[in-house]
Ligand binder design. Structure first.
Ligand SMILES: NC(=O)C1=CN([C@@H]2O[C@H](COP(=O)(O)OP(=O)(O)OC[C@H]3O[C@@H](n4cnc5c(N)ncnc54)[C@H](OP(=O)(O)O)[C@@H]3O)[C@@H](O)[C@H]2O)C=CC1
Ligand SMILES: O=C(CO)[C@H](O)[C@H](O)COP(=O)(O)O
Length: 494
């Protein structure tokens, strides 16, 4: 795995007015407090504010010796404690919480000051906020931050979007607290307005897909007779190779955990209903709006949704039968090898879909997001950090790719693993084990490589019932067949 440690030299806050903080954090819940501690540990003087004073006091009482904090109970005092240009990181509940803080902050700030939203904001909200603050003479930076509670403290991946001038004033500070991969900080300027939050949103969409694929691997191995501790060993083994990633590492830990109350594997007593806060479905919504196929990511979102409908599952479990008895899964060694292949291939597809979505959004909104940079800053600190990302980075560094799937080393990997992947999807279907992620990813792969798709027939149907017209393979323009008349074809370009 890539290096998770941070770059060493603590930042020098030389541009400070004596006693003032170089940066301030609003929001002292888990993410905000850990980000503030990370900043302080790196040598930055950090101003602190939280709506509820107790949280601010708690941070100072518990962690005050980790660096220099300037706490305030009033937002006005917080702003006054900041050096200019003021840099304020808002790390509060996404949505109305963020708007409320921004509304309070703006009248207290001066031209050129920088407001950073480090929460999981919708990129459309970021676009709106950026425009409104720009009109008020302020900079607004939408910065996605990934790595959870521990990452925020020890080095997250940071995905900032906003004006280049704002990044000039802020970037060195953010880069000093970010995770490091191969000596490079996992933080880089991504583009204007919503670019950073869009990239973070897609990061989370890929996170959903990756977690779903791992879940499907677990489900198949369980159906094949492996106990959770045996599976933990399998996942640890995978983590030594191409599948090396934070999520595989976490999976082995969860599978090994024994429940104190029952003595059973913890995974067996956790209710099988997955929660979601929204970023996965935002990714799919954005993909639908931009017309980008992300079916594997979408299946991961829907799989969480299916899991969380107990009434639907109970009714169907009563009513529906499974495959005939005796549908055997392959013996253990073969099953493990095939599932590994499916996991790797599907993961590549999820990245391909997510990166395609970023590319289209970047073209649509004129962000000029560099995909190599995205892969570079995802290599450490964030939840989807994985060995694969270095391969993706280097492929995008070498050439301009329409899709990740055409990259030479990715093609080779898929070539080597597709038989196992196909076997898993077929076996799972016959055995009645749901693998929506693996099969959606395979359908995407086969759809992209197909010479002809059934879309031709769909176009014929659309023209039949709605005169929606179609194009021909051998002529320019649009055509319509007179389906209810003599069935002659006429040009529809008029
Ligand atoms: N938790 C995680 O692992 C991750 C979270 N994020 C994102 O980071 C952000 C912060 O997350 P987290 O630390 O979990 O905190 P929460 O999302 O739980 O938000 C709690 C914080 O928001 C403040 N807040 C809520 N509403 C308002 C308001 N109207 N006015 C002022 N302050 C308000 C709270 O203040 P008070 O104490 O007064 O209630 C508290 O400081 C969120 O956007 C989240 O999506 C991103 C990556 C990972
Ligand atoms: O942003 C994150 C990591 O990058 C969070 O872990 C994410 O919010 C988790 O999402 P969900 O609760 O929907 O699974």
């Amino acid at each position: 795995m890539t290096d998770q440690s941070q770059s060493t030299p603590p930042a020098e806050d030389q541009d400070l007015d004596a006693g003032n903080a170089v940066i301030g954090v609003v929001g002292m819940a888990v993410m905000g407090r850990n980000l503030a501690r990370n900043l302080a540990r790196r040598g930055h003087v950090v101003a602190l504010y939280n709506r509820t004073d107790e949280r601010t006091d708690e941070v100072v009482a518990e962690y005050g010796d980790e660096g220099t904090f300037l706490p305030s109970h009033e937002l006005e005092d917080f702003v006054a404690s900041l050096a200019r240009p003021r840099r304020v990181v808002v790390m509060v509940q996404a949505g109305p919480g963020t708007d409320a803080v921004i509304d309070e902050l703006v009248p207290l700030l001066d031209e050129g000051d920088i407001v950073v939203d480090g929460g999981n904001a919708r990129y459309q909200d970021t676009r709106r906020r950026e425009e409104s603050l720009r009109e008020a003479g302020l900079h607004f930076v939408g910065a996605g931050i990934s790595g959870g509670e521990v990452g925020a403290l020890e080095g997250p991946a940071i995905m900032p979007g906003g004006s280049p001038e704002a990044y000039d004033a802020l970037g060195p500070i953010l880069e000093s607290i970010a995770a490091v991969a191969d000596g490079e900080p996992c933080c880089a300027y991504l583009g204007p307005d919503g670019a950073g939050h869009f990239v973070k949103m897609v990061h989370n969409g890929i996170e959903y897909a990756d977690m779903q694929f791992i879940g499907e691997a677990y489900h198949l191995l369980r159906a094949g007779g492996l106990e959770p501790t045996e599976m933990a060993e399998v996942f640890r083994g995978w983590n030594e190779g191409d599948l090396d990633s934070y999520l595989i590492e976490v999976t082995a830990e969860v599978l090994d955990q024994v429940d104190d109350r029952t003595g059973e594997p913890l995974v067996d007593v956790i209710l099988d209903a997955a929660g979601q806060k929204g970023t996965g479905s935002w990714t799919v919504q954005a993909a639908l709006e931009l017309g980008v196929p992300v079916n594997a990511i979408a299946e991961a979102v829907f799989a969480r949704s299916v899991s969380s409908h107990p009434e639907l599952r109970a009714a169907a479990a009563q009513a529906l039968s499974g495959p005939a008895e005796g549908t055997d899964l392959p013996e253990r060694e073969t099953l493990v090898a095939q599932v590994r292949d499916a996991l790797w291939s599907a993961k590549v597809v999820a990245y391909a879909q997510g990166l395609h979505l970023i590319r289209v959004a970047s073209e649509t909104y004129d962000w000029d997001v560099d995909i190599e940079t995205v892969a570079r800053i995802w290599r450490a600190g964030c939840i989807i950090r994985a060995r694969l990302l270095e391969r993706i980075r280097s492929e995008y560094a070498d050439q301009d790719l329409v899709t990740l799937l055409e990259a030479p080393s990715v093609r080779e990997g898929l070539e080597a693993s597709q038989d196992g992947w196909r076997a898993v999807v077929g076996t799972a279907a016959r055995a009645g084990v749901p693998v929506p992620g693996f099969s959606a990813a395979l359908a995407y792969y086969d759809s992209l490589r197909a010479e002809r798709l059934p879309a031709a027939l769909v176009q014929g149907q659309r023209d039949y019932f709605g005169a929606h017209t179609y194009r021909r393979v051998d002529d320019e323009g649009a055509f319509h067949t007179d389906w209810s008349g003599d069935r002659s074809e006429a040009s529809a370009d008029r």
